[in-house]
Design a protein around this ligand. Structure first.
Ligand SMILES: Cc1cc2nc3c(=O)[nH]c(=O)nc-3n(C[C@H](O)[C@H](O)[C@H](O)COP(=O)(O)OP(=O)(O)OC[C@H]3O[C@@H](n4cnc5c(N)ncnc54)[C@H](O)[C@@H]3O)c2cc1C
Length: 373
């Protein structure tokens, strides 16, 4: 076959779609035995939506969620720090960010591929030059092999054992609340509160996706004390407590937030990493999945240009590495300032965010929301 992709997440599925549109026979090998509902919600920012538009998927993604009306950033101490209108983003970048259930996004993606291209229950065990071997005893030969197997990538561990995950000091709960936002509240936003933060976004008229990151050592399971998590948000706007109450505690998900210290290379011979496997980032900018989607488009373009060759993989890395690294570093820094605890530093941060000149903000947005593919 032409391309074997290990991992049927956002990156692997989008890569298979993009490659197949370019006339390449790409197959996805996913460890899970079935497509199960996973995660809570996710934002697809304008850069991801632009790639989806080029793959004729943007309408389906939009129909599966809600496009943003207004986004805001607040802090407990200073109130509103920044706002952004969906209409402005649409004018400037062609698309509004879309929030949707993560399972709905996956469904749009896997349904866009022919059944024979999807191989469930295939956990990649090892890659050799030109061959992928799976834990179920199967193996396939392919001209290119793509490791899109996520944060704990088996392909990366085998080929780039020096790559190191880095804990951010923050764990996060996520959930889907059957609730509505109070009149006048932005449809998506985030409130900073020192040790804790809270983010929300409507994914349909009756459902709010929320995330609640807070400082914690790695590996501490807070799920048994989920009922006490609400105490950490006592100073937050009242709707935060309402969201938490409207979500059955047994459905809350907890994830320790890691990133990958950006590795120097993602390519070895005819094998390349893609998405989180190559450049996992903390989720503070809502860009991890979007970067995987940009990777997918860049890979397909390079394969169209240079064929199923090592050169195509090197050119793909060349096209993507700078932006992916910029996102990882920027997201890490935002995480740092978002969880400042010293009240004076919090105030200085809030003023900086409130008074940041528009052109600085726009320059950052332009870089983030325009795909580099
Ligand atoms: C709390 C949180 C919130 C986030 N919010 C956003 C957001 O709003 N917007 C955004 O763009 N990004 C967001 N992200 C980041 C986003 O989830 C990831 O960047 C994205 O899922 C990466 O896609 P991927 O395909 O590279 O990896 P994954 O989605 O992790 O997919 C990897 C796939 O590989 C499979 N797999 C693993 N090992 C093997 C193996 N050995 N063989 C075969 N298959 C294997 C896994 O089962 C999985 O299906 C968030 C992340 C977190 C933690």
């Amino acid at each position: 076959m032409d391309v074997a992709i290990a991992g049927g997440g956002i990156g692997g599925l989008t890569a298979a779609i993009a490659l197949r549109r370019a006339g390449v026979e790409a197959h996805v090998y996913e460890a899970a035995e079935a497509w199960r509902p996973i995660g809570a919600g996710i934002m697809m920012p304008p850069n991801a939506m632009q790639v989806f538009a080029s793959l004729e998927l943007a309408d389906r993604v939009r129909a599966a969620g809600l496009a943003v009306r207004r986004m805001e950033l607040r802090s407990v101490g200073s109130g509103i720090l920044q706002t952004m209108e969906g209409e402005f983003l649409e004018r400037r970048y062609g698309h509004r960010p879309v929030f949707l259930r993560r399972s709905a996004l996956h469904e749009v993606l896997w349904r866009s591929l022919p059944k024979e291209a999807l191989h469930l229950g295939h956990a990649l065990r090892e890659v050799r030059e030109g061959e992928a071997l799976f834990s179920n005893g199967a193996s396939v030969r392919a001209r290119l092999i793509i490791g899109a197997d996520g944060l704990s990538s088996t392909v990366r561990k085998q080929l780039f054992p020096e790559a190191r995950l880095r804990y951010s000091g923050v764990t996060s709960f996520r959930g889907l609340a059957t609730a509505r936002l109070p009149e006048g509240t932005a449809s998506a936003g985030e409130c900073l509160g020192g040790e804790t933060r809270f983010g929300w976004a409507a994914v349909d008229p009756e459902t709010i996706y929320w995330f609640a990151p807070f400082l914690s050592p790695a590996g501490v399971d807070h799920r048994s004390s989920a009922d006490r998590i609400a105490d950490r948000y006592a100073k937050f706007p009242a709707f935060v407590q309402a969201m938490l109450k409207a979500t059955p505690p047994e459905t809350w998900l907890q994830t320790d937030l890691f990133d990958l210290v950006p590795p120097r290379t993602w390519v070895r011979g005819t094998v390349a990493l893609l998405g989180d496997a190559a450049h996992a980032t903390t989720p503070n900018l809502g860009q991890g999945g979007a970067q995987a989607i940009e990777d997918a488009a860049a890979l397909a373009h390079r394969v169209e240009q240079f064929g199923l060759t090592e050169r195509a993989l090197m050119q793909y890395q060349e096209a993507r590495q700078t932006k992916a690294r910029w996102i990882t570093i920027g997201s890490w820094r935002f995480g740092r300032i978002a969880h400042l605890r010293n009240p004076l530093l919090c105030l200085a941060r809030d003023r900086m965010l409130q008074w940041a000149p528009r052109w600085v903000e726009r320059r950052q947005l332009d870089r983030m929301f325009r795909p580099e593919i």
